[in-house]
Every structure is written in C-alpha cells, then in structure tokens.
Design a protein around this ligand. Structure first.
Ligand code: PEP
Ligand code: MN
Length: 290
C-alpha cells in the first residue's frame, strides 16, 4: 500500500523513537490515580507492545467539579465535597511529583518512556526529572509562557491541537518552537468540532485528513493521533486507531486503564487491557503492510 508516512524526522523520547519507521504507541490512564494503578497499566501496555506510558498528574478539567451537564468526563471520581475543592498550587505540585515518581518507577520497571502533560511553566524543572516527553494539552497550545519555557527544554514536546483550531494555527506554534531553536517536537491531533457530531456525547471528530495534510505541509513533523479524546467513546477507539495507522500516523496516544468504567477521569473512552492488547495486534498487522 502507498502511504502518507514520512520518515524524514525522528525525535527521541528517552530511548523511544517518535517519527521515522517505528510506531510510537503511548498508552496509559488519563490520570495517575495510585501506585498500584500505574504499575498495572505499565505492565499491561508494555506487554502489549507500547513504548511509552502516559498519565496525567495535573488535570486541566473542563469544570473544577463534576460537569453540570452530567458528562462524566469532567467527573474527577472524588466525592462531591472533594471535587468542589480548588486545590492550591503547592498541594497540586506535591501530589503531582508523588504521582510522577510512581510513573517513572513503573516505567523503569517495564522499560517504557514517560509522557505527561505540563500545565505550568514553573513546573518544568521538577517534571523534567520524571518525564521523557512533555505533552502540551489542547488548552495550552497558545500559552506562550509554556511554549517559551519548553523551547529551552532538552525534552521533546507533544503539542496537541485545540479542537477549534486549524492546522495552520498549530503550525504557527511549531514555528515558534523552531524560531527559538527547538526542533524536537511532534504534533497530536485529538479531534475537531464540527456542526454535526455522530452522537450526543461525542465532543469531536477525528481529523484523519490532518495526517496527509501534515505530510504535505510539514513533512518533517511526526504526527501522533489521540483517538481517545477525539472520539470520547471506547467503542470507536480501535477503528479510529486502525484508520490512523493506515493513513500514515507515526503513533498513537491512547487511554488505557485497569478498570476503565471506574477511571477517575474520562471513564467512557479508556480501553481495558484485553481491548488494548487486541488493538495492538491489529495495528502491528496494518503497520507491516504500509
Ligand atoms: C490528556 O491527554 O489527558 C488530555 C487532557 O488531553 P487534551 O489536552 O487533548 O484534552
Ligand atoms: Mn483524558
């Protein structure tokens, strides 16, 4: 099969190549909830063939409490009085560093690289001790404090596109990195909003066309697809993952949880271990022929 895959640029996240011919599969829970949870997830995703563990330690929730519209994605899973509590930054930082420690320990045990979202520029040095790649969430693609700080980092960046922004705008942010001498970044497509979504819960539609478009306009930038946040729906994740790999994506960012229905955040989209294992076999088969 012909493919839009482009092998020009490879960046390194620890020992893991992102871009080039290898598939970079980044998998793990939305949120690092406990030491046991992240160790279980790291074991399962590494055995299935993923190269990186993902896990949020700072969570930029849409609402600071359970979603008033009842959408469970914004539900932190904590009791209402806990959810309503706005946690001061010092407490957030303490909890985040503890969870990053668990994730790094689990990653070392199972031979994985670590990716996690950075929300505050002043946490870059602390987080650098634990992560191999920084994720910039969609909300922060225009956060120049963060972009400027990350341009000085020796860790690679995964820059997520906001669901309402064009590829052109995203490439503008990439140019801000380039202009500051920072070239080891990849972009992540996680869905765009359109007038009609496929069901009432669906927040976004995966923009598969971004893959060939990036190959045309920014052939040197690896493209990672996040089918979990794009679909917001477990039963769509495998099909969109297969389509992304067939279209030439360099990798996937997928939410995988030991007990998906009870995930603190995003319980509707996380895959369980056996679903993820099955998906990895399918992806590998597709990757072999493109
Ligand atoms: C995430 O990957 O956990 C996340 C919050 O992503 P996004 O910024 O795409 O919502
Ligand atoms: Mn999530």
């Amino acid at each position: 099969l012909s493919t839009a895959r482009n092998y020009e640029r490879k960046i390194m996240a620890g020992d893991v190549q992102v871009g080039g011919k290898d598939l970079a599969i980044m998998a793990g829970p939305c949120t690092v909830e406990s030491k046991t949870q992240i160790f279980e997830a790291a074991k399962a995703v590494s055995e299935a063939g993923a190269k990186m563990i993902r896990g949020g330690v700072y969570k930029p929730l849409t609402f600071p409490y359970g979603d008033p519209l009842g959408q469970p994605d914004a539900d932190s899973g904590l009791p209402a009085n806990e959810r309503m509590r706005v946690v001061p930054r010092s407490e957030q930082d303490q909890a985040a560093e503890k969870r990053l420690g668990y994730m790094k320990e689990a990653a070392e045990k199972y031979g994985l690289a670590v990716i996690s979202e950075i929300m505050y520029a002043d946490t870059m040095d602390m987080m650098s001790q634990y992560v191999d790649m920084f994720q910039v969430g969609y909300r922060h693609m225009f956060n120049m404090d963060l972009v400027e700080a990350l341009a000085t980092s020796d860790k690679p960046i995964l820059l997520k596109r906001h669901y309402g922004e064009s590829l052109r705008s995203l490439l503008g942010v990439c140019e801000h990195f380039d202009a500051r001498g920072k070239h080891d970044y990849a972009i992540c497509e996680r869905g765009v909003t359109v007038p009609h979504t496929h069901n009432v819960n669906s927040r976004a539609i995966l923009d598969i066309q971004a893959i060939p478009a990036m190959a045309e306009y920014a052939p040197s930038v690896p493209v990672i697809i996040d089918p979990s946040h794009a679909t917001f729906k477990r039963s769509y994740v495998a099909a969109m993952s297969r389509a992304a790999i067939a279209a030439g994506a360099h990798g996937l960012l997928i939410e995988v949880h030991p007990d998906p229905e009870n995930a603190w955040i995003d319980p509707l989209q996380a895959l369980g271990f056996s679903d993820f294992e099955k998906l990895m076999r399918e992806i590998e088969a597709i990757h072999k022929i493109i």
